[in-house]
Design a protein around this ligand. Structure first.
Ligand code: ZN
Length: 107
C-alpha cells in the first residue's frame, strides 16, 4: 500500500502539472492560488483513491492491525487476520477506506 510520503513524491507540483502527469490549465488571468487549490484537491482525491480497497484479495493483503471504514462500518483486522467490527452501522458499498496500517500509519 502506498505511503503518504510515496504519494506526495509522486504528485509533486511542477509548473502547470503534477508529477503524475495531471495538467492544470491556466493562463495569465488564473490566480496562482486557484492552481494551488486545484492541485491540493487532486492530491487529496488521489490519496483517498490510493487508500481504497474494493476486493476480498485487497482486504486480505492488508497487514494485521489495519483499520478500514465504509460508511459507518469500522473494522480492524486482528492478529489472526480476521476482520472484527468496531462500529457496525453497515458498509455503504464494497469499497473500504484504509484508515490505518501498522507500517503506513494513519490517513
Ligand atoms: Zn498527481
Amino acid at each position: 500500500m502506498t505511503t503518504l510520503e510515496q504519494h506526495l513524491a509522486a504528485h509533486e507540483y511542477t509548473f502547470g502539472a503534477c508529477g503524475c502527469g495531471q495538467e492544470f490549465e491556466y493562463d495569465s488571468r488564473t490566480l496562482l492560488s486557484t492552481i494551488r487549490d486545484a492541485h491540493r484537491a487532486h492530491v487529496a482525491a488521489t490519496w483517498r483513491e490510493a487508500r481504497t480497497v474494493r476486493t476480498a484479495e485487497e482486504l486480505d493483503a492488508l497487514p494485521a492491525g489495519s483499520a478500514i471504514r465504509s460508511g459507518e462500518c469500522l473494522m480492524v483486522m486482528d492478529r489472526d487476520k480476521m476482520w472484527v467490527p468496531v462500529w457496525n452501522g453497515g458498509p455503504t458499498s464494497d469499497a473500504f477506506l484504509v484508515l490505518w496500517t501498522p507500517e503506513g500509519g494513519a490517513v
